[in-house]
Design a protein around this ligand. Structure first.
Ligand code: GUN
Ligand code: FE
Length: 424
């Protein structure tokens, strides 16, 4: 039996009452067995977390691990030029090995910065390599092969035959979905409406229902993208997805910056999950998504860093801070407060992937997906009653993450804490 006892921590639970208290967390195998004060258990590993803060691991709902190696490319282009000139040719040049290392590098950065779950979109080929990296690394992921079977601008090397794209996706799903007791899951990834035929999209709709898996795509990120969709289909992006029957609670839509009222209504009524990517939206000059108004209408919003070249890092601290800051000039200082973005980064992400009973908060019975932070290094006045969530959102960095635990396993230790290993 594998057991971990985390002692004397400040625990930000993100449970239903969003309680914060001091105590111990006892983990047996992959789950949180008990939370309490001075728990009397003997464990195979004891972590003295005095002065440390334990948070639910971050859940990023839009990432491209295959793009990690392209960081620094195309730093000053808008979306469609960036895809055509840089990202698609680079994706086409990936081989089995480079995708594996791109994924490993990205996962290393994610675990170092406290992210324990990702929703990942790969490129058209060698997705097997990304699944291998995910499986070996211990991160929790919903990943899939990108699908793109049309689009004049898409390079020939990436343009797929519709039936083959679907068949390859199903083959990957059958091999990897629910690997390691559900830590690894499959999600269909039609890239965006611009690069997908109606035949492909309707097949994805039916297959996602049949296998009960997510559909992960981009929508309404950029004016040129929206113009192409309107020109080809006579409808706006989200309206078209709804028209095809794809707008439902299994759909994760990255970006959603330029939505009209009808699209907002569809997102809310159908339970579509929006993945907000503030760093990428700034870097590609895509725009500032109207997240406060989406949240006011009770739409579901979570966070993601997008690919490394959209953003230059995969760090959720960065995304949380940007999500809060970019709304302030237009909407006032409380439009997106620290607690709202922290909620989006944790339990909000869990809801987006349909796993709110399993991850996203520190509650007995849930999976043990946690990060242990040391927020005290430069904390000159420890007796001051600071709000730890505000501290995390506005000033923590990945250097503050000491330990990341996924599924009850320590998957990253930045520096050795006061731990005692015991054989029991
Ligand atoms: N839209 C279609 N493909 C992509 C991509 O790789 N990144 C982003 N940010 N938007 C996209
Ligand atoms: Fe993206």
């Amino acid at each position: 039996m594998n057991s971990i006892l985390i002692k004397n921590a400040e625990i930000i639970t993100m449970n239903a009452k969003e309680e914060i208290f001091h105590g111990d967390i006892y983990i047996i195998d992959d789950r949180i067995a008990e939370i309490g004060h001075q728990l009397p258990y003997v464990a195979s590993k004891v972590i003295d977390a005095s002065g440390r803060t334990v948070i639910p691991g971050f859940i990023q709902t839009h990432i491209h691990l295959c793009q990690t190696l392209f960081r620094g490319q195309a730093d000053d282009l808008e979306l469609m030029d960036w895809l055509k000139q840089k990202i698609w040719p680079l994706e086409a040049s990936h081989d089995e090995e480079s995708i594996y290392y791109s994924a490993l590098l990205g996962i290393g950065e994610l675990l170092q910065s406290g992210t324990t779950t990702v929703v990942d979109m790969e490129t058209v080929h060698h997705t097997e390599s990304a699944f291998k990296a995910i499986a070996e690394s211990g991160i929790r992921a919903l990943a899939g092969k990108v699908m793109m079977d049309k689009g004049l601008e898409v390079p020939v090397l990436l343009r797929e035959n519709t039936k083959e794209s679907i068949q390859q996706s199903v083959d990957l799903l059958e091999k990897w979905h629910n690997h390691d007791s559900g830590r690894v899951q499959y999600a269909f990834c039609p890239r965006f409406v611009v690069s997908c035929t109606e035949e492909l999209l309707t097949n994805v709709r039916d297959l996602s229902k049949k296998y009960d898996v997510k559909v992960h795509t981009h929508a309404s990120e950029n004016a040129t993208e929206i113009m192409i969709v309107e020109r080809e289909h006579g409808m706006r992006n989200v309206v078209y997805l709804d028209h095809l029957g794809l707008a439902n609670e299994r759909l994760i839509l990255a970006h959603c910056i330029w939505l009209d009222d009808e699209e907002k209504r569809i997102i809310k009524e159908r339970g579509v999950k929006v993945s907000h990517c503030p760093g990428s939206n700034l870097k590609l000059a895509s725009g500032i998504a109207e997240i406060p108004s989406l949240l006011d209408s009770h739409a579901h919003v979570s966070l993601g860093a997008d690919g490394a070249p959209c953003n230059n890092n995969l760090d959720m601290f960065n995304e949380m801070r940007l999500a809060a800051l970019i709304q302030k000039p237009a909407n006032g200082p409380t439009a997106m407060n620290a607690r709202t973005v922290f909620r989006m980064a944790t339990i909000g992400g869990a809801k987006a992937v349909g796993m709110e009973q399993e991850i996203g908060s520190i509650v007995a019975g849930k999976k043990a997906d946690l990060a242990i932070l040391n927020l005290n290094d430069f904390h000159v006045y420890p007796s001051f009653d600071l709000d730890p969530i505000s501290r995390i959102v506005y000033s923590a960095t990945r250097a503050d993450v000491e330990t990341t635990i996924v599924n009850g396993k320590i998957v990253m230790e930045n520096r050795r804490m006061n731990t005692i290993d015991k054989e029991i």
